[in-house]
Ligand binder design. Structure first.
Ligand SMILES: [Zn+2]
Length: 224
């Protein structure tokens, strides 16, 4: 039996996100949507973000460009472009606690996710950093992801699953996934397991170092 926290990354998408919201309503499930800042630079994107909020879901920061992962892009320029720029757009539609999900790497978890500069920014702005423990690969396999996500729910007590509300084909299967989850006895939760939160409201948690590329280490390596 798993408690499942649903997360949707890379949106908002004016076509796909409203469909996802309708499906979530059917199951009374709350989710967190990690938005990409460049999708919030037009009216349709902002209106979709407001819809997410108005329907009772959380909104978080998922970078501005979704380009190079922050651990591979150290320095203040990336922090300003990816984190601060997106947060300024999010702050217009979201006044609750600040959430951030690192991006890049096809769901791989490792030190490529964060730079030391980005960690400092997350601390200073009291952001909670949200990782994941289930990546069923909806972008690679618009049908088969459902089966893999159900297997993860069997394996995990607390599941944080990464889906993408920008994929019409994969999200057409969202209803079937949620129906099968409920049928198998799993439930939804609004909480994240602490094991998926390396930074909580700006406070570093044990194990954070595993997700941060240390610039002093890479300097040493470069000099050796
Ligand atoms: Zn992403």
């Amino acid at each position: 039996m798993s408690t499942v926290h649903l997360t949707f990354d890379n949106g908002p998408d004016p076509e796909v996100t409203p469909h996802v919201l309708d499906v979530l309503d059917r199951y009374r499930a709350h989710a967190t949507f990690f938005l990409v800042g460049k999708n919030l630079t037009d009216e349709a994107g902002v209106a979709t973000a407001e819809l997410i909020r108005n329907r009772g879901h959380r909104i978080g920061n998922h970078s501005f460009t979704h380009g190079t992962p922050l651990g591979d892009d150290p320095g203040e320029a990336a922090v300003t472009r990816e984190l601060a720029q997106t947060q300024a757009l999010l702050d217009r539609v979201w006044t609750g606690p600040r959430w951030f999900r690192p991006f890049g790497g096809g769901g791989e978890i490792g030190p490529h996710l964060l730079s030391e500069e980005s960690v400092a920014w997350l601390q200073a702005h009291e952001v909670t950093c949200v990782l994941w423990n289930s990546v069923p690969g909806d972008w690679k396999d618009p049908e088969g992801w459902v089966e893999r996500a159900l297997e993860d729910a069997e394996r995990l007590d607390e599941m944080v699953v990464v889906l993408h509300d920008v994929l019409p084909g994969a999200m057409a299967r969202l209803d079937r996934f949620l129906a099968q989850l409920v049928e198998a006895g799993h439930g939804f939760t609004d909480d994240f397991p602490l094991s998926c939160l390396p930074i909580v409201a700006g406070k570093p948690q044990p194990g954070l170092d595993a997700y941060v590329r240390s610039s002093s280490k890479s300097r040493r390596k470069a000099g050796s």
